[in-house]
Write a protein that binds this ligand. Structure first.
Ligand code: PRP
Ligand code: URA
Length: 215
């Protein structure tokens, strides 16, 4: 379903046909924001299966209508942390699969001139160290926003961290591997490069604008 990337040991690139198919629709400039929104949620849901593969389970007893048996439950609290705004577009798809997960929010806006992220919201559960934390943002461009967000999660106590994104640029993957080498990034697409304005090529444009219809 997915491939570790030979040049980026911390990166998993999904190669599932459905994910590739849906991502290609999202890239198409003719795709409406309504369809874009639905596709983003669907891809996020499909990615969850692999992203949660290493989560610990505990053995529990369950009584079926027929008899008792041993089963498994994920008992540690899972925290999903979307980076506003665009990360919100993946959160619903993830929560479909993990309805019991808590949701923290980090608000980050990238300055268009300097490309530096500015944090404007930090609302996280108090016991982030109690279980896995998944940072969610569709676009990993320079990596500045993701690196700063990871720093905020670490500061808040998180220790088991991973990131889901939709499209990554090599520059962002390298930045995150340098700043947070312990973090695995899962992406639906690894693109070619950034342009002078810090946009991913070929990319899909501004994810937040296409998601919320603010283009
Ligand atoms: C986008 C995107 C990431 C960031 C990526 O958000 O959703 O958060 O840019 O860029 P970087 O890797 O170079 O930091 P943006 O700041 O445009 O805010 P928005 O989601 O509110 O549109
Ligand atoms: N943010 C986006 O939404 N798109 C890009 O290509 C880069 C940053």
């Amino acid at each position: 379903m997915s491939l570790s990337h030979p040049e980026h040991p911390n990166l998993i690139v999904f190669d599932h046909p459905l994910i590739r198919h849906k991502l290609t629709w999202m890239r198409d400039e003719a795709t409406s924001f309504r369809a874009f929104r639905a596709l983003l949620e669907q891809i996020a849901g499909l990615m969850v299966y692999e992203v949660t593969r290493s989560f610990e389970t505990v053995e529990v007893e369950v009584r079926t209508p027929m008899q008792r048996m041993r089963g498994w439950r994920v008992e540690t609290p899972i925290t999903v942390v979307p980076v506003l705004r665009a990360g919100l577009g993946m959160t619903g798809g993830i929560l479909e699969l993990m309805p019991e997960a808590r949701v923290g929010h980090l608000g980050m806006a990238r300055d268009e001139a300097t490309l530096e992220p500015r944090a404007y919201l930090n609302k996280l559960p108090g016991d982030l160290d109690a279980g896995p934390v998944i940072l969610v943002d569709p676009m990993l461009a320079t990596g500045g926003s993701a690196s700063a967000a990871m720093g905020m999660l670490r500061e808040a106590g998180a220790s088991d961290l991973r990131m889901i994104c939709l499209v990554a640029a090599p520059e962002g993957v390298r930045r995150l591997a340098k700043d947070h080498p312990e973090v695995t990034v899962y992406t639906a697409g690894l693109d070619e490069r950034l342009n002078e304005q810090g946009y991913i090529l070929p990319g899909l444009g501004d994810a937040g604008d296409r998601l919320f219809g603010t283009t």
